[in-house]
Structures are given as structure tokens and as C-alpha cells.
Design a protein. Structure first.
Length: 49
């Protein structure tokens, strides 16, 4: 795992780690972690009705 993490860092690959405890509030957690990793807010989807 250390080798893989080093490769991600060297190649500039960004990733988001989610854990089972995060599943209860996945939308909020993912949006928060997305902003931490990318520095941008997660775009909101348009709903067509």
C-alpha cells in the first residue's frame, strides 16, 4: 500500500477515502472531502422534471 500511495503522490493522482461510517451521510461527506481534495465545491446536478 505504501508503494501505491507513493505512486499516487508522485503522479498527482487525487483520491477520496470513504469509510463505512460515512455511508449514513454520503452526500455531505463526499462533498466535503471533494472540496478538501480539489479545492472546489462539488457541482450540483440539475434535475429535469
Amino acid at each position: 500500500m505504501k508503494w501505491k500511495m507513493r505512486q499516487y503522490h508522485e503522479l498527482g493522482v487525487k483520491f477520496i477515502s470513504l469509510y463505512p461510517r460515512n455511508l449514513a451521510n454520503l452526500d455531505w461527506i463526499f462533498g466535503k472531502k471533494f472540496k478538501e481534495v480539489t479545492g472546489r465545491d462539488l457541482p450540483t446536478a440539475r434535475r429535469s422534471e
